[in-house]
Design a protein around this ligand. Structure first.
Ligand SMILES: *Cc1c(COP(=O)(O)O)cnc(C)c1O
Length: 381
C-alpha cells in the first residue's frame, strides 16, 4: 500500500485548467479573479463581505489590527490550535491568555473562558479567538453573549471549518464564518486544509467598517478613494501603515474551482469519520460531536494511552498520522514569556493522548479500512 498521509489536497483537471487560463489572461494579480473568489466565498459561508489574503496568518494579523488591538491589550484563545491563532495577537504587541479546552469536544471551553474573564476587572480583556478545531464549529452564540456582557470582540479562527455549522437557540443553521456571532472569521487555503490555493486565506465579516479596514490594510494602507479634482489619475493616499497581504489571481482561480468541490469534500470527510466512529465505538475515544453540529472534519482525532507507540506502529505501515497540536503555551517562545505556568491541565492531558488519523476526500474506502485495521491491531496488542 502506498503512503497514506493525514491530509492531502484534491486537485483535478478543472483546477489545473482554471490556473492555466488565468496565466494567459491580463491579470496575474489584482484582477477580476480575486473579486470573483471573494464574492463566491462570502456567498458560500453566508457572510456579507470577504477579503482574500495570502494566507490565514496574514488574515488573523489584519483581523486583530482592524479590531484595533493595541500593544499590551489582552486576548483569550485556546492552547489546542496552530500557533498562528495566538501569534497574531503578539504581532500587534498584545498579550495572549489561554483558557483550557473542553475534554470532550477539544474546543476552547466556554465555562473556563467565562471563569477567566470574570476573575478579572471589566475591560481587562479585549477579545476572544475561538478555533473551530478539527472542523468542529464552536457554539459562537454563547460566546457572543459573554463577549457582549464584557465588551469583547470575537475572531473565529475557522481555518479548519469551511462548510461546518452549528444550530443556534432559535433553530437556525449558523455556517462557520457567516459573521452572525463573530466580528471576523478567518479561513486558510493551505493544501492540507479543505480548499487548496498553495498558500491563501480569506477573512469574512458582516461589518462594512471592518471590511474597509481589512481591505485598506491588505494593500499597504493605500487607497484611491479620496480623489480630488486638483490631482491627476495617478493620485493615491497612504492613510495607514499597511501590508502587502494580497492573494493572486492565479491562486484565486484555483480557489474558485476548489470552493465548488467543498460540499462534496466535507460530505466525504463525514463518511470517513462515520466509518472510523463505527469501528472505534466503545473502544477508542474520539472527538465528541454536540447535537445539531456539523463537523467539517479537517481532522479526525482519537485519544489513546500509548500514543507514541501507535504513531510509530502506523508509520511502520506507511500511515502518516499526525499530532494536533503541541499546546501553544508549552512552545518555547510562549514558555519564554511565562505562559507555561497557566492551569491548562485538560489541554496537556489531551496532548498526551491525541493522534489525528488520515482524513481527506480522496482517501479511498480501502485505505481508511486499512487504517482502521492497523489501529485496531495495535490496540489489541
Ligand atoms: C493552518 C492554520 C492557520 C494558519 O493558516 P496559514 O494559511 O497556513 O497561514 C491558522 N489557524 C489554524 C487553526 C490553522 O490550522
Amino acid at each position: 500500500m502506498k503512503a497514506i498521509p493525514y491530509g492531502r489536497q484534491n486537485i483535478q483537471q478543472d483546477d489545473i485548467d482554471a490556473v492555466v487560463k488565468t496565466l494567459s489572461s491580463d491579470f496575474l494579480t489584482q484582477g477580476p479573479k480575486v473579486k470573483e473568489f471573494e464574492d463566491k466565498f462570502a456567498k458560500y459561508v453566508g457572510a456579507k463581505y470577504a477579503v482574500a489574503v495570502n494566507n490565514a496568518t496574514s488574515g488573523l494579523h489584519l483581523a486583530v489590527l482592524a479590531l484595533g488591538l493595541k500593544p499590551g491589550e489582552r486576548v483569550i484563545t485556546t492552547p489546542i490550535t496552530f500557533a498562528a491563532s495566538a501569534n497574531c495577537v503578539r504581532y500587534a504587541g498584545g498579550e495572549v491568555w489561554f483558557a483550557d479546552i473542553d475534554s470532550e469536544t477539544y474546543l476552547l471551553s466556554f465555562e473556563k473562558t467565562k471563569k477567566l474573564i470574570e476573575s478579572k476587572p471589566k475591560g481587562f480583556f479585549k477579545g476572544i479567538i475561538p478555533v473551530d478545531f478539527a472542523g468542529l464549529p464552536v457554539n459562537l452564540e454563547e460566546f457572543r453573549n459573554l463577549a457582549d456582557e464584557h465588551n469583547l470582540w470575537i475572531i473565529e479562527d475557522a481555518a479548519h471549518a469551511p462548510g461546518g455549522y452549528f444550530i443556534d437557540s432559535k433553530g437556525n443553521e449558523q455556517k462557520c464564518g457567516n459573521g452572525n456571532y463573530a466580528d471576523i472569521a478567518v479561513f486558510s487555503f493551505h493544501p492540507v486544509k479543505h480548499i487548496a490555493c498553495g498558500e491563501g486565506g480569506m477573512v469574512t465579516t458582516n461589518s462594512e467598517v471592518l471590511y474597509k479596514k481589512l481591505s485598506l490594510l491588505r494593500t499597504h494602507g493605500i487607497t484611491k478613494e479620496n480623489m480630488q479634482e486638483n490631482h491627476g489619475g495617478w493620485y493615491y493616499e497612504m492613510q495607514e501603515l499597511g501590508f502587502n497581504y494580497r492573494l493572486t489571481d492565479i491562486q484565486s482561480a484555483l480557489g474558485i474551482t476548489q470552493l465548488c468541490k467543498n460540499d462534496a469534500g466535507v460530505k466525504r470527510r463525514n463518511e470517513i469519520a462515520d466509518a472510523y466512529k463505527n469501528a472505534f465505538e466503545g473502544v477508542i475515544k474520539y472527538q465528541h460531536l454536540p447535537n445539531g453540529t456539523y463537523n467539517a472534519h479537517h481532522l479526525f482525532v482519537i485519544e489513546v494511552d500509548n500514543r507514541k507507540g501507535l504513531y510509530d506502529f502506523l508509520r511502520a505501515h506507511n500511515i502518516f498520522a499526525q499530532i494536533h497540536y503541541i499546546p501553544v503555551h508549552t512552545l518555547p517562545y510562549y514558555q519564554g514569556i511565562g505562559y507555561a505556568v497557566a492551569d491548562l491541565s485538560q489541554a496537556e492531558h489531551y496532548y498526551s493522548k491525541c493522534i489525528s488519523l488520515p482524513m481527506y476526500p480522496s482517501l479511498t474506502n480501502k485505505e481508511h479500512n486499512f487504517v482502521i485495521e492497523k489501529v485496531l491491531n495495535y490496540m489489541n496488542g
